[in-house]
Design a protein around this ligand. Sequence first.
Ligand code: PLP
Length: 387
Amino acid sequence: MAPRKVPEVYARLGIKPVINAQSWITALGGSIMRPEVREAMSEAATCFVDMVELNHKAGEVVARACGTQAGMVTNGCSAAQTIAVAACMTGTDPAKVERLPHTEGLKNEVLMFKGERNRYDMAFEVPGAHIVEWGMLGGAQPWQLEAAITEKTACIATTFSPGIRRGLPVSELAAIAHKRGVPVIVDAAAEVPPMANLTRFVKEGADLVMFSGGKGIGGPQGAGLLAGRKDLIEAAFENNLNLNSPRAGIGRGMKVTKEELVGMVMALELYLESDEQALIAGWQRKAEYLKGRLQGMTGLRVAIEPFSSRRQGPQPVMYFEKEWKGPSPAEIRQRLLEKNPPIYVGGGSAGNDVNLVMVNVQDGEEVVIADRLVEILKGPAPTKRPK
Ligand SMILES: *Cc1c(COP(=O)(O)O)cnc(C)c1O
């Protein structure tokens, strides 16, 4: 494959594009938008509109996609988390909305199962709330959650992500929470695909659910989705772009641009129409190609691990066994970055493996990855050293 041309806008800044076999990660740019999405954004940039009205219309599309009463486009899943908690604390009361991030006297605690604490959960605290952990790492029990709910509880938050130690299922959280009038909010940022996850958590009883727009859905990297109960979405609007109040609101720094709003709607609609099985089959084909190229080296076992809640798409994983004499996983990762284009691969899971995530590998890049890996794994042809 001829190397892809470096886009002029990056070349001018001295930036080298990379090959992304690491998934929809923020550090490499999330995802690549389809041409229709890029065109929609470019068209959106050509005139002025009423932004609140635009997000309400976009929200109707989000709500349909998620099977909820209402929805909105947010500045990433992270902002959705922040605005969701703000909404749970303030409702649509303008006096409360105006006070944030000062929350004395408000319900300002977010309950989270201890094992679900994660690197993104500070977003729940941004509006002035505090995370209160419930349960023990030994396992989650319904009575632990019941005992943890107080008059200060604003909501119960739960996160779905690879590597999370799960507490209770959403249905059980909801059953307990709803008896006490407490909403359940779900961070499912990177859980789509599968597409069915767009509607799954609300069906299970969640009051609000949030997703990244710029991961598997393929929207603008900065966009996200928030969907759920109508009253809470109205409260979320009040906290995000509060044009009616003298005070701009806690979500002001999280505004979504008209271009992102329109791009997100287009990406979501295209995603809903897409053939998920065909998409997964494409990842599987690339995985099989790579497995074929990497097979047959002593001490290296390559397996295609299936798509699961722990793995984003079917992916070849290189397991290094006792007989392996070549470079270590850390050296392999390093050397993959040293040539042009740099190749980023997954972090592995068992410590002694390298996983190659196919979801963002563009057509033909699997060949570049295989060539480079074969070169690194087999090492330079042995030369005789002079004594
Ligand atoms: C990516 C991610 C986020 C943040 O989402 P953004 O859309 O980047 O703001 C939050 N939670 C989880 C579990 C994530 O994977």
